[in-house]
Design a binder for this molecule. Structure first.
Ligand code: SF4
Length: 381
């Protein structure tokens, strides 16, 4: 297919595809799916070989959010039955992070629900970052605390944070459909503040919220313009009790086409397979490893993921290898000499554990997290 040859050539040269080419990837047929995966896989291997970076989420503060993001189980008025707790103490967060590191995670993502942190919250998270860094040498820490105010990114950087995550989630044109309490430009501003402070920016999207192909291409092109070091691609987890709880529109094939499109538009960026992979890609998860170079290990913020052991087996069986702490994630041309070397992140209070709308909720597929941080039970890692 001429389209795929063109996209591979551009990806190997780090050249931006046209919008029409990106849209054409999303419009390919299921018959062409393996050709699409193979083509995007060439670009993935050019920049990241067969390495898979593992990231581990620690939900520092769960639920009780005043914002109304319709995809989120932690939103205002949520009736999802998720765990609700206020800030973990630094030693509790260190213990939770340690489980992920022991499981092979190279990056710990510290996430808190809410519109954004107070200065006292930044103090609290700074103590946690310092505690994790002193206990786990070489581990990267990404903070994900919502919208930042002046000076907060600098303080997180000074405390040792390597990265900051804040997702754009969807296109600017449709942002008002998923949230009324903040807007797209607020999110762009926070990503830019993180970059200005020298933090590695992580910003991604959520697919499966009823958006069009044009919306998906819009948000990925907006991300490319922002130039984050990592792009988490979340697939909506339609939680029962949220406005999007019945939004079950994704297929495994659609998910793979979306990941391929993101890889072609952001060829040398850490593309992370994030929330929702288990319930939407299902048995096709291993094919996604040919497109992404990063995944989350274990559970998500408020829902349970695949067992960590199964993730490691999947990576090995598919012929990939877990990236070690001594390896730089990003290609040399994207890695400043004083950086953490990975430039990524990818959580989000805001990660993409959405809720769905029209159809029935699928409580058989979405399991609320009842283990790990905020509970007395051991975590999944
Ligand atoms: S996505 Fe973040 S800001 Fe929005 S409701 Fe959820 S926790 Fe709050």
């Amino acid at each position: 297919m001429d389209l795929l040859k063109t996209l591979v050539d551009k990806g190997l040269r780090r050249e931006l595809p046209t919008r029409q080419e990106a849209l054409a990837v999303l419009a390919t047929s299921d018959d062409d799916l393996l050709d699409v995966v193979a083509a995007a896989g060439k670009v993935r291997r050019q920049w990241f070989g067969k390495r898979v970076k593992l990231n581990y989420l620690v939900n520092l503060k769960s639920g009780l959010c005043p914002e109304d993001c319709s995809y989120c189980s932690q939103r205002l008025g949520s009736e999802t039955g998720i765990l609700k707790y206020t800030w973990l103490k630094p030693d509790e967060a260190v213990a939770a992070a340690g489980a992920g590191v022991a499981g092979g995670a190279k990056r710990v993502c510290l996430v808190a629900s809410g519109r954004g942190p107070t200065d006292r919250d930044v103090d609290r998270v700074s103590q946690t970052i310092e505690a994790i860094k002193s206990k786990h040498e070489g581990v990267e820490v990404c903070a994900c605390l919502g919208l930042l105010s002046d000076g907060q990114a600098d303080r997180l950087r000074a405390a040792g944070a390597d990265a900051y995550n804040h997702n754009l989630n969807t296109s600017e044109a449709t942002y008002g459909d998923i949230c009324t309490t903040h807007d797209f430009s607020d999110r762009v501003s926070t990503v830019q503040q993180a970059q200005a402070a020298g933090l590695s920016a992580c910003s991604g999207l959520i697919a499966g919220m009823g958006e069009s192909d044009e919306d998906l291409v819009d948000v990925v092109f907006a991300l490319r313009e922002l130039d984050p070091d990592s792009v988490p691609v979340n697939f909506l987890i339609p939680f029962e009790g949220t406005p999007l709880g019945g939004e079950w529109t994704l297929t495994p094939q659609r998910c793979l086409r979306i990941l391929a499109m993101v890889r072609f538009v952001c060829p040398d960026v850490e593309v992370r397979l994030a929330a929702g992979r288990e319930i939407h890609l299902r048995t096709l998860q291993p094919l996604a490893l040919h497109l992404v170079n990063s995944i989350f290990l274990g559970d998500y913020l408020t829902s349970e993921g695949q067992a960590g052991k199964a993730d490691l087996e999947m990576i090995a069986d598919a012929g990939f290898e877990v990236e070690g702490t001594g390896t730089t994630t990003l290609p040399e041309h994207r890695t400043p000499a004083d950086s953490c070397g990975s430039h990524s992140g990818g959580c989000g209070p805001c990660g993409g554990e959405a809720n769905g709308g029209a159809a029935a909720a699928r409580t058989d597929l979405v399991a609320v997290r009842r283990r790990g941080a905020g509970t007395d039970l051991p975590p999944n890692a």
